[in-house]
Design a protein around this ligand. Structure first.
Ligand code: KIV
Length: 267
C-alpha cells in the first residue's frame, strides 16, 4: 500500500520535478481502491455536486454534504493526503463561518481544504493557515464562479487575463497557499505561473508543464460519456464495462443461471 505523501514533501517534489498525482474521490469503496494506488492525493472536490448528485454545477453542495463525502473517503483511505473543497460561498460570509466550514471538513478527515479564487480571500487564507488548516488555492476556471465567467471555458487567453492570473497565483502564494490548482488555462501560461512560484501547481486542462495533474475520477474511468473535453484521458471504458456486467446479471437472473448451486445455502 502506498502511504501517500506529507505536505512537507511537496516543495521537494517541485524542486526535484517529481510530478504530483491527484484524483478526485467521493466515496468509501473508491477510496479503498485508491488507498492501494500510487496516487499521491485525493481531492474530495465539490464536483461531487455534479458527478455524485447529478446537479449541473458545483453550486448546490453544502458543507455538511462535503464533510460526509470527506469522512467516507477518510475511512477508505486513512493514510492518503485528502484535500476537501470548501463549497460555494462557504468562505465568503465571515471569518467565523469560514472557520466553522473548514473545521467540519478537517474534523471529517481532510488534511487540507481548497478554495477558489484569490480576490477577497487573502485574509481568510492567511487566517486558516495560521490556524493549522493548510489551504490549496484554485485559479483559472473556477467552477463556483460559472455564472460570472459565463460558462465553463478556457481562461487566460487574452493578454490582460494572463497578467491577472499570474498576479493571482503570486497572491495565493503570498497569502500562504501550499499549492494551487490551475484549471483550463493555456499551457504556456501554466508554465509561466509554475516557474514563478515556489509552491507546486496542479493542473487540469493546463498542459504538461505544471508540477502535478488532477482528474475527476468519473472522467478518468470513462463513466461519464456526456463529458469529454480534450484534456480528459479515459483510462477505462468504465461505462461499457459496468453496463455489460449489469446486463449479464439481468440475463443470468432471467434465464435461471444465477444463482448457481454453489451460490445457494444448502439445508
Ligand atoms: O471539484 C473538483 O473536482 C475540482 C477539480 C476539478 C480540480 O476542483
Amino acid at each position: 500500500m502506498n502511504a501517500g505523501m506529507n505536505i512537507l514533501q511537496l516543495p521537494e517534489r517541485k524542486i526535484r520535478r517529481e510530478k504530483i498525482v491527484m484524483v478526485t474521490c467521493y466515496d468509501y469503496t473508491s477510496a479503498r481502491i485508491l488507498a492501494q494506488s500510487d496516487v499521491d492525493m485525493l481531492l474530495v472536490g465539490d464536483s461531487a455536486a455534479m458527478v455524485m448528485h447529478g446537479h449541473d454545477s458545483t453550486l448546490p453542495i453544502s458543507v455538511e454534504e462535503m464533510a460526509w463525502h470527506v469522512a467516507a473517503v477518510k475511512r477508505g483511505a486513512p493514510k492518503k493526503f485528502i484535500v476537501g473543497d470548501l463549497p460555494f460561498l462557504s468562505y465568503r460570509r465571515s471569518q467565523s463561518e469560514t472557520v466553522e466550514a473548514a473545521a467540519q471538513l478537517m474534523k471529517a478527515g481532510a488534511s487540507s481544504v481548497k478554495l477558489e479564487g484569490i480576490a477577497g480571500n487573502e485574509d481568510i487564507i492567511r487566517h486558516l493557515t495560521h490556524s493549522g488548516v493548510p489551504v490549496m488555492g484554485h485559479i483559472g476556471l473556477t467552477p463556483q464562479s460559472v455564472n460570472t465567467l459565463g460558462g465553463f471555458r478556457v481562461q487566460g487567453s487574452k493578454d490582460e487575463d494572463r497578467q491577472r492570473l499570474k498576479q493571482e497565483a503570486l497572491a495565493c502564494e503570498r497569502a500562504g497557499c501550499f499549492a494551487i490548482v490551475l484549471e483550463c488555462v493555456p499551457e504556456t501560461l501554466a508554465a509561466e505561473i509554475t516557474a514563478q512560484l515556489a509552491i507546486p501547481t496542479i493542473g487540469i486542462g493546463a498542459g504538461a508543464e505544471t508540477d502535478g495533474q488532477v482528474l475527476v475520477m468519473q472522467d478518468l474511468l470513462g463513466l461519464n460519456l456526456d463529458f469529454k473535453p480534450k484534456f480528459v484521458r479515459r483510462y477505462l471504458d468504465g461505462n461499457k464495462l459496468l453496463l455489460d456486467a449489469f446486463n449479464q446479471y439481468a440475463q443470468d437472473v432471467r434465464d435461471g443461471s444465477f444463482p448457481a448451486s454453489a451460490e445457494r445455502y444448502a439445508g
